[in-house]
Design a protein around this ligand. Sequence first.
Ligand SMILES: [Cu+2]
Length: 512
Amino acid sequence: MNKLISLSLSSLVLLSCINLYASEMGHHSPNNKTISTEERFSESINNLNFVKKSQIIKLKDGDSFTLTAAIVKQKIGNKTIRRYAYNGSIPGPLIVVPKNAKIKLKFVNQTDTDQTLHSHGLRLDYRFDGVVGIGQKTPVKPGESFDYELFFPDAGVYWYHPHVREDYSQDMGLYGNYLVKDGLKEEPFNKQISLVLDDVLLSKDAKPYFKDFTNYAAMGRFGNIMLINGIPNYVTEVNKGDVVRLYLTNTSNTRTFQFKIPNVKIKLIAGDASNYEKQSWVDSVTIAPSERYTIDVLFEKEGSFNIESINPQKNLKLGTIKVIKGKSQKDYTKEFGILSEDSEVIKDIDKVRPFLDKKVDKNIALRVKMDMSHAEENPPEIEWEDTMPEMNSMMTSKEVTWQIEDLDTKKMNMDILWKFKKGNYYKIKIFNDPKSNHPMQHPIHFHGQRFLIVTRNGVKTTNYTWKDTALVKTGETVEILLEASNPGKWMSHCHIAEHLSAGMMIGFDVEE
Ligand SMILES: [Cu+2]
């Protein structure tokens, strides 16, 4: 939405009303319902502990672990704000487990809102997927707990977060990584660091979060302060000569990052749920909400290196890597210089290759229904920034419905319930309609399964990685091949938190 948008008369009236009640407590909303302060989530920081440093927790097969979500406070810039944290930290503990481990995780809710724990990307038992109404009967109420049984069949980087009002609870700080290690593989790097990318909105025009609806429902709540591992101006230190493995996760509500460290060589290793077939050199990594990428970086020179997110509108500095002259260590420079292949991933995908050219099984289109007239003639492929913050903040899930339409059955959102058979592959063609009222990119996530991105605008992928989320840009057609490997009741949805709250989800079953 770069250009001016013309509004219909009714929406102008509506928007000005919302504007009033957002700034004046107790004002009447468009529905003539009194909005009281109770309907906002609390912003109090009384009697709260400060957020702590995140821990690394190593677990083995059969272990049990307790994860407690609670209310904390955090100083960001010159503001101290109310936050949510898992085990006191943002991100929550980095949970390191061996591949194929089964873990019992007791989740305790000490926040003041309903929660669940969703383990993003894990092909686990659907009853422990944390989706209310599908795998889990009820949310975990404040003061209650729930015992999750987790299973980690795939090596790589995954993450956990609530699956109730993500636009609020996740934005408040509820997210953390799982790192699943394949103990048999040699790892040619000196140091590994998980970088969780996020942003938070603390500008003077920021609107509060409301209990009964989601605001910023058009573009999502873009933050104005960039966070790595929960903090602005993140700094870390590595030694000169180090090859550093960076695990990137985007936990923001809506921001797509174009991750870059200028003046170093970056090697792309892995996507969401596996290594790439072949490693490659990259300048930057485009990472949408909920996606993960693993990269190796060689720091040959001492000095300060910026971590940036670059886009056509802004260059954002996310943090700094300080390269110091450290003590001598194993030299992985030679290994770093080689682009290797992962024979296991290649073998795994060999089994799937016969299905890559199969016919399309499901056709969906991504659209929005809102009380606004046509927006743009040439919308950008990715909305990198909130280009219309005033209007975006006023659009709520009551006026905006984001839609996934099944083009064959004409069904919409949760009226869609696909039936898949375990062991089969399904080609799903996703069209992001650029003529929709407000076209925008959507990171489409499938729960409990993995898939390959087969084509983008008809162009075939030449180097595969298993994915659980596909960024579908405005106007783009993306074909994915879903491997129905994990039986149960599941959902697929856009991972822009506000789009999910505004309806953008479908259901699917995988039957034995
Ligand atoms: Cu979306």
